[in-house]
Design a protein around this ligand. Structure first.
Ligand code: ATP
Length: 300
């Protein structure tokens, strides 16, 4: 279990992480989201024991991360700064041996992962000869080569195409199935929505959204009604509780303050002709994020 307990990190006067608490259990995939500078990387560095929190503590299976347990952890850093002049094989031997692994085991696992990531031909190529996406795969492999029980991934999906994103997701899910804990950061909220069950959204170091995604969505009362057909936007805008109407090329999106407003919108839609479809749906994580970040800024 990973326990982040009231962790606070100051860089001089700047509060990078402010009294942050969360727990990750075996088999959990946990998302740490937030805008640039929100405090994600700082949180990861504290988890890895690379930074000592100014206040609070972080425990991995009951103790701080240090020499005795760091071999159970895999960390993919945000900066894609691999040693570029060495080959993939040399790099992996270096990282694996840092984790006290036998060279034979490192090479066996490397072959497996190169195959799985469709990059077998790059084993003896220098890192600098690889494309950005393939370097990212190598960095990911270096984080998982030790079969970590805790996998810490800083922006693992940034810059990946959809096919490779799916490949990363499949591998992370396999670690989840084995009972590993996974914590990752991302800016890509819609992607996160389908990937992790629990999250924290940080803004200026503070958690502004936290919990299970379903619950976060339930707690956020605003919803959207999608309409395909001919409606009078002005009429919709006049319905109390409708706070925005967005006209897209193929549909109208009516944003409502709460569930109860839906009935009034439906009553109006039923009076219109040529309606092909109308439906209510919960707000997306992106919408919740934008609304909450806006509120957080208003409070400052
Ligand atoms: P990004 O998504 O842009 O990578 P992040 O959420 O990972 O951002 P951090 O890198 O943790 O954010 O930074 C949090 C805050 O702390 C920022 O305001 C940043 O400028 C500041 N910061 C980070 N590292 C240091 C440092 N070594 N010294 C001083 N300030 C720092």
């Amino acid at each position: 279990m990973l326990e982040v307990k009231n962790a606070r990190m100051l860089y001089g006067d700047l509060v990078a992480v402010d009294h942050l608490s969360f727990t990750i259990k075996p088999g959990d995939i946990f998302g740490l989201l937030g805008t640039n500078g929100a405090g994600k990387t700082t949180t990861f560095r504290m988890i890895m024991g690379l930074l000592e929190p100014t206040e609070g503590e972080i425990l991995y299976n009951g103790s701080k991360v240090g020499y005795h347990n760091v071999n159970e952890i895999g960390y993919m850093i945000e900066e894609r700064s691999l040693l570029t002049k060495v080959t993939v094989k040399e790099l992996m031997l270096y990282f694996g041996q840092l984790k006290d692994m036998e060279p034979k085991v490192i090479l066996e696992r490397l072959d497996y992962w190169l195959e799985r990531f469709n990059i077998v031909e790059y084993k003896n190529k220098k890192i600098k000869e690889l494309s950005k996406g393939n370097q990212q795969k190598i960095q990911f492999i270096s984080a998982i080569i030790n079969n970590p029980k805790l996998l810490v991934l800083d922006e693992p999906f940034s810059g990946l195409d959809p096919i490779n994103t799916e490949l990363f997701v499949e591998v992370i899910r396999d670690f989840q199935k084995q009972g590993s804990m996974v914590v990752f950061s991302s800016h890509q909220l819609d992607h996160v929505e389908s990937f992790c069950e629990e999250l924290i959204v940080l803004e200026k170091g503070k958690a502004i959204i936290e919990g299970r995604i379903e619950q976060v969505k339930k707690d956020f009362k605003k919803q959207n009604i999608k309409i395909i057909g001919d409606v009078d936007v002005k009429m919709l805008e006049q319905i109390p509780g409708v706070y925005k109407v967005v006209e897209n090329s193929d549909q109208i999106l009516v944003k409502i303050e709460s569930e109860d407003v839906a009935k009034d919108v439906f009553d109006y839609v039923k009076t219109c002709k040529n309606i092909m479809k109308y439906d209510v749906e919960q707000a997306s994580l992106s919408e919740i994020f934008i609304a909450k970040v806006g509120q957080a800024h208003e409070k400052v």
